[in-house]
Design a binder for this molecule. Sequence first.
Ligand code: ZN
Length: 334
Amino acid sequence: MPRHRLTVANRQVYLIPCLTMRRGITLIAGLVLAFCVTACSPDDPADANGDGLRVVATTTQVGSIAAELGGDAIDLTVLLHPGVEAHDYEMTTADAAAIEDAALILRSGAGLESWLDDALSTIGTDAVVADLSEGVELREVGEGEPGEGDGGAGQHVDPHYWLSGPNAVQMVRNAMAALDEASPSDAAAFDERAATLIGRLEAADAETRELISEIPEERRGIVTNHDALGYFIDEYGLRFVGSIFPNLDVSAEPNPRDLAELIETIRREGVVAIFSESAVNPELARTVAAETDAHFVDEPLYTDSLGPPGSGAETLDEMLLHNAGVIHDALIEG
Ligand SMILES: [Zn+2]
């Protein structure tokens, strides 16, 4: 699918034309409301937020990086909330206002947030848009459903790159560079916090390698709910067997023939465990597990979303370690 380059308020952003009709209607309705809110309120709504650098982050992962690096120096709005699957998002009037007022928008990129492109083309904003996937080697996954994982030029890429430690480090570096540029007077503080977070990520990465290396080779087959673990599987030496939902997002229901084939493959390959994810309905995965000798793992993996407060998966390094621990235990003991 071709990319179009468009200038929005002197900032160049890439637009990917892959909006579904339903999303389009939701967005338009949201924007009409947003216009009313901004046009009808006497004060700039951002004034209530204080005088920090106004930053919008799209996903929970991007939001956690921004919150940690930015600290008190930024006024942060995170669009997605914990527990929400990241491919779909319905814009609220408050979110539209935050985008309009932002100085910096941090996005996950790699085709994940096509809805942001649509919003940027409709909402006037002077914000710099920084793509945190810059410099990450993205997995190509062939043609998929339009609207997700679109890497441009007909190539579809897997957007879930944050699930590998080295990629998460690159995300932090990109966020740091964008924040430094947006507020040079705070750069030293941003850089110091980034170094701390990168240190934790590198430790989590090393521990993840250690945990996965303990799993016997023949037990390393992975079946997940939606196909989110590609980067984790590649990075840490697991084997992808299949996913319940056929695409990278969960908008397309699996058909009974595909499910029957997956069940057959799970039996043939002696898959030990089937994993669920925090932001994806687990019922179908549970049903598939019941048809095989694999056990269903109740403890969810955090993939599209970080965990809520108290989950122990509230930051990228915690998410990595949580997932590694769940996979380690399920595949060794299952
Ligand atoms: Zn996903």
